[in-house]
Every structure is written in C-alpha cells, then in structure tokens.
Design a protein around this ligand. Structure first.
Ligand SMILES: Cc1cc2nc3c(=O)[nH]c(=O)nc-3n(C[C@H](O)[C@H](O)[C@H](O)COP(=O)(O)OP(=O)(O)OC[C@H]3O[C@@H](n4cnc5c(N)ncnc54)[C@H](O)[C@@H]3O)c2cc1C
Length: 494
C-alpha cells in the first residue's frame, strides 16, 4: 500500500496557491513525489539533456539535522513537517490498536525518515513476481538494476554495485552487542552470513545501511545531489498534486497546490530528558561521522526460519542496542539501559486495505489493518517471540543481561504470548501493492508500469509490487525507479 505517484508524459502542470499565482508550464515528464523511486527516475530521465523533467514534491526541502543525522530519525518520524503522520483505523486483531502510519513527506520521501537498513530481498520474491505474469522482473533480470543503483564496498563484485549513486555501508560505529547477537544465533545453530544482499539471504549478519561516512544517504542525496544542477530538471518542493487532467483517456497534465505553510514542527517529549548527551553525541558525530548519533536502530540482522521445515527464511530479526516502543505519537525510547529484538514476518499472508474517504485529495486516506488476522502470521509471530527470547538467553549474551523487561518471565505459554503479541506488536513500514502490476485484467499497471485504461500515466513506486519482498522496501523501490527509467527511455526511442 503506498501513495500513488503518477508519471505523466508530454504534458503540462498547473501550480496554484503560492502568491495566488497560477502557472502553466510544459514538460516532457512530470514526476509526482520525490521519494525513493521518484528520485531515481528523475535522475535517470534527466541524464538526457533533451528531456525536460519536472519533479513535484508535496513536502519541504530536506535541509534538517533530523533527516541527515541518522539517530535523529526519531525526531523525523511522527513529525508532521517531514512525515504524513497518517493514522490507521483501529485494528480489531490487536485490541483496537491505532497505529501511526509514517510516510516521508520531503525530498527523498520515506528514504529521508526511514531506518536506513539496506536489504534487497530474496531471489524467490522477484522470481515469484515474474512467475505471476510480469516478464522482465525475475531476480536475474533485476540484479543489474540493484547493482546500478548502489555504491558499496561490501560483498563480491558479482553481486554488488560499486559506482552507483546510493552509498551502502557498514555501520561506522557498531555496538559490541551486535556481534554478540550473531554469536548467539550461531550458538542456536543458525549460520552467519557475510552478505545478506549477496548470493544467499539466510543467516545472521552485520547490518548494511544507506549511509555515507556516517550521514544518512537518502534517495534525494543519492539521486538529486548532482542532478539538481541540471538545467532540464526542475525540482519544486511544497507542491502537492491534487489531481491529473485528462484529454479523453490521455493524461494531459497535473494540478498541484502550493503548501500554505500551515504545518509546523511539533515537539515530542522523548529524548529531551538528557540534552547534554544529545549535544555531546551530535558534536562527536559532526567531527567524526561516528558514534551513537550515526546509528540507526539495528546493529545486527538475521533472516531465519521460524521452523526448520520452512522452505526459506520467513522471519527477519533486527537487534538494537537500545529499546523503545511505538504508539500513535511515534517512537518512545526507554530511558534505562536496554537492548531489544524486533522481528517481522517476511511474506505476511494478512492483507490490509487503503481507500479514499472522499474525492478531496486533502482528506487522509482510510487505512485498515488487521495485522494479525491470518493464523499463519500469528503462528510466525509466536515462533519469532520464542526465538527472540532464546537468542537473548544464549550464553553469548549472559555477561551482559540482567533480565527480561518485556514481556517478562510471567509470559510462558502460547496464550500469554499471543496476548502479549496482540497488545504490543506494531506495523513495519513497508506497505506495498495498492497498484499491483500484472498481465491479468485485475492488475492496475502493466509489467511496463503503464496504468491500464489510460495513456501517458505510469505508476513508479513501491505500490506496484505484486507481493511484499522479504526485505525492507527502500532498495526495491529505488530499483523500480531505475527499471522504469529504462522502460520510458526505450519507449521514447520507439
Ligand atoms: C519510518 C519508516 C522506516 C522505514 N525503514 C526502512 C528501512 O530501514 N529500510 C528500507 O529498506 N525501507 C524502510 N522503509 C520503507 C522505505 O523507505 C519505503 O518503502 C520507500 O522509501 C518507498 O519509496 P516510494 O518511492 O514508493 O515512496 P516514498 O519514498 O514514500 O515517496 C513518496 C513521495 O511522494 C510524495 N507525495 C505523496 N503524495 C504527493 C502528492 N499528491 N503531490 C506531490 N508529492 C506527493 C511524498 O511526500 C513522498 O516524498 C521505511 C519507511 C518508513 C516510513
């Protein structure tokens, strides 16, 4: 599930609202939304000076330490200046819990507020897309795009890109307990994996992050950093596209409204308790690009099977040397010394729904989750909780642990675990699939990402995924932008 970013070609846009001026201009391509896929697409299309590209972003520029200092992401998530701060409807499968549904609203889109973990997904995810009627989307066909987008020192040349715009790095400062987690996994019989974006995803590993020298490397920094100086690329922030205009079935333009500036930054109350530490960490980060301020959440990652009979890893574990909870206000860190394991089901069976409340684009969309609806998902959550406890009880962790805070030793039987899961689980931020691609009549877009039934509009973002990949979705979203650029350029050439 993802907001739709229409790509209209050979058309006009009309901006209104700012200074009460109405402007009409002509472009070859208008990209709506400067998110992960939109930035990749803008970069590739505007590489040809003959192609005029307009990139419209509803949110503001990304000039803020909340975006660029990795650990400050807790100030960006739930912050209405940079986050759409949508709220899901109460989830009946979790005692009516209401989730904050964060989505980036700035240059770089969600890649500017995300957790920076870089995971491509499993070969089988993409092979399943191709098998479902999407020629050209198998893993082997997509590998060149994954390589093209990244600049990484990790892994082997046959699997990894070395000179793409997106920097993928190791953590600059890795907490010592990160490697203890990998040891604990090995103690339980799981393999260590030197590169989960290489030949094989399974196993426990050091995290790979979209950072450069300790700075967040969002899709905006990666793809617009140099492209923004191109004369044929115009980037407008603060312009929310309201609707598309059609001449018959052909898209003839978009109408965008300038932000009226009425959204302010709101304070949350977390972390302000120790301002001197934040100041010290920020200063250290500024001079060295290292230390806690360079840190996203995970310091170890593992793709594991909930049961040996599973054909491939079905759970993704993240280990962090700090602990937090989420509610509809955003991230709430615990103040004492604590570590945590967060895990998610790789290919959940439960499906959510996005729908419009009205035809007014300013009305928030309706988000309906029933995250634990499908018994397979609940079963996997149960297995994951038990495995997380075993990992933290492994002897590798023994010298560091004083005890289990949540859920605590009282939770032992399945019923108690399930109650805990229903009360405390929260959503992962990887919604996809509202504009599924496919060759069947129900698919919204074709395998070349054209919207069925109209001309001149493509959807290029995470919403076209026919199914969720076994990964965080930023890498796949940028790959989709890269792939779409080639479709468009090939169609231009005829
Ligand atoms: C809090 C959070 C943490 C995450 N952590 C990770 C992680 O660690 N690793 C990972 O791989 N993935 C992560 N993800 C997911 C990943 O970042 C997204 O899947 C990916 O960025 C989606 O790319 P996209 O291009 O589809 O959309 P986005 O990047 O969300 O871009 C959409 C853009 O369109 C703009 N827009 C929307 N409507 C309009 C309009 N009407 N007019 C103009 N502009 C508009 C938005 O403001 C936004 O900038 C996370 C996501 C979130 C929210």
């Amino acid at each position: 599930m993802q907001r739709t970013h229409g790509l209209c070609n050979g058309i006009n846009w009309f901006g209104y609202g700012r200074d009460d001026q109405t402007r009409a201009m002509n472009w070859d391509y208008i990209i709506v939304g400067a998110g992960s896929a939109g930035c990749a697409l803008a970069h590739r299309l505007s590489a040809d000076p003959a192609i005029r590209v307009l990139l419209l972003e509803a949110g503001p520029s990304d000039r803020s330490p909340y975006i660029h200092v990795p650990a400050a992401l807790i100030k960006a998530i739930g912050n209405p200046r940079y986050d759409w701060c949508l709220l899901a409807d109460p989830d009946d499968s979790r005692h009516g819990k209401v989730d904050l549904w964060p989505a980036g609203r700035t240059l770089g889109g969600s890649s500017s507020i995300n957790g920076m973990l870089f995971v491509r997904g499993a070969r089988s995810d993409y092979d399943a897309w191709a098998a479902a009627g999407n020629p050209g989307w198998s893993f082997d066909e997509l590998l060149p795009y994954f390589k093209r987008l990244e600049n990484s020192v990790l892994g082997e040349d046959s699997w990894r890109g070395r000179d793409g715009p997106m920097h993928v790095s190791r953590l600059r400062t890795r907490h010592p307990l990160g490697s203890v987690f990998v040891e604990a996994a090995q103690e339980l019989g799981f393999a260590a994996n030197a590169d989960y974006n290489g030949e094989r995803q399974e196993g426990a590993a050091e995290p790979q992050v979209t950072q450069r020298q300790g700075w967040r490397w969002s899709a905006a920094r990666a793809y617009l950093g140099t492209a923004k100086h191109r004369r044929n690329l115009e980037i407008r922030t603060g312009f929310a596209v309201q609707h598309m205009m059609f001449a018959g079935t052909r898209c003839s333009g978009v109408v965008a409204r300038a932000d009226d500036g009425s959204i302010h930054n709101q304070h949350t109350y977390n972390m302000d308790a120790t301002p001197w530490r934040m100041a010290r960490n920020a200063a250290y980060w500024l001079f060295t690009g290292r230390g806690p301020a360079s840190s996203p959440y995970p310091h170890a990652v593992a793709f594991l099977r909930s049961d040996p009979s599973e054909p491939e890893p079905d759970l993704q574990f993240l280990f962090g040397p700090f602990a937090f909870s989420f509610d509809e206000r955003g991230v709430i860190p615990y103040l004492g010394p604590a570590v945590s394991i967060v895990f998610n089901t790789c290919r959940p069976a439960t499906r959510g729904r996005l729908s419009l409340r009205s035809a007014n684009p300013a009305d928030p969309i309706r988000i309906e989750h029933r995250l634990l609806d499908h018994p397979d998902d609940l079963r996997r959550q149960l297995a994951g909780c038990k495995l997380a406890r075993r990992l933290l009880e492994a002897s590798a962790f023994a010298p560091y642990m004083r005890g289990e805070f949540l859920p605590g030793p009282a939770v032992q039987d399945d019923a108690a675990w399930i109650e805990h899961i229903r009360k405390t689980s929260f959503l992962g931020y990887h919604p996809v699939g509202t504009c599924r691609m496919g060759s069947d009549a129900e698919a919204v877009v074709t395998p070349r990402l054209n919207v069925r039934g109209v001309e001149g509009v493509r959807v290029v973002d995470a919403s076209i995924m026919p199914s969720l990949v076994s990964a965080n979705t930023n890498a796949a979203a940028m790959m989709i932008g890269e792939r779409a650029a080639d479709f468009i350029l090939a169609d231009r050439r005829g």
